[in-house]
Design a binder for this molecule. Structure first.
Ligand code: HPA
Length: 259
């Protein structure tokens, strides 16, 4: 089953058949929204709204671990995260899709592992997929290929088929937010190799990896990053772009799932 994480502006996934809403709790609290289960292009998918149905979770406070844990419990094998980003690479324009292939984590205060060694959460109940937590292990997952190459390939084929404007690779830099970056920060991220900047792509991808789920991210350029734009950034601009791209994103999802 594919798990879809909807970002800013994508709070619901309409067009699903045999829809079922599941509210569940995890050892890490509740996911940011109820999980919507349903059929898309004849395949079973699960959908979570990353910021909550009313956009109530800022990037630092999204219950990332609960979201990924909920997916795992429901049988999700692959995760597709939709994210709005600012463009640092000047070839990337507002409205473009980017199938990112690597990541720089610049976040500061997020729980980004299920494996906290001696500090792991003890989970009650025999039927929960909680064995890994009871083991209280320290685990270092490999991130040589941060995003699933197979999912990326299918995403690229899908974007190509739909003749949408996209970039087949790019480095995603994740900042803490909720404020936008300064122009100096963007220049620094550019020197580090970042092509796009967002506030939510990490730790989702690492947590998915810890739970053995493949993960890819479909990024949508909402704005030129700070200092490149030549004007002040607003979250309204980001949400508006995501709303404008909603139909295209849904088309991509339908075809991606069918492929
Ligand atoms: N910076 C960080 N996150 C973002 C941006 C940005 O410019 N645009 C959309 N999400």
């Amino acid at each position: 089953m594919l798990g879809i994480i909807g970002g800013s502006g994508l709070y619901r996934m309409d067009g699903l058949k045999n829809l079922r809403e599941v509210s569940l709790n995890t050892p890490f609290g509740e996911p940011s929204s109820p999980v919507i289960l349903g059929e898309l292009s004849g395949k079973q998918v699960a959908f979570i709204s990353r910021h909550g149905l009313n956009h109530q979770y800022p990037p630092s406070l999204v219950p990332y671990r609960a979201n990924l844990w909920a997916f795992k419990e429901l049988g999700v094998k692959r995760v597709l995260a939709i994210s709005a980003v600012g463009a640092i690479n000047e070839r990337f324009k507002p409205g473009d899709f980017v199938v990112v292939d690597d990541l720089i984590d610049l976040t500061k205060r997020r729980e980004d592992t299920f494996y906290k060694g001696a500090y792991s959460v003890e989970v009650q109940g025999e039927d929960k997929p909680s064995k890994l937590l009871r083991e209280k292990k320290v685990v270092h997952v490999d991130m040589t290929q941060a995003y699933c190459p197979h999912m990326r390939k299918v995403l690229i084929e899908t974007l190509e088929e739909l003749k949408l404007s996209y970039h087949p690779a790019g480095v995603y830099a994740c900042t803490e937010g909720p404020r936008f970056e300064t122009p100096a920060e963007i220049r620094a991220i550019k020197l580090l190799g970042g092509d796009v900047v967002g506030m939510t792509g990490y730790p989702e991808v690492a947590l998915a990896r810890e739970l053995g789920m493949c993960c890819a991210s479909l990024c949508v350029v909402a704005n030129p990053a700070a200092g490149i734009a030549g004007y002040r950034l607003t979250s309204e601009e980001v949400i508006l772009m995501m709303k404008n791209k909603e139909e295209e994103i849904k088309k991509v999802l339908r075809l991606f799932v069918a492929n």
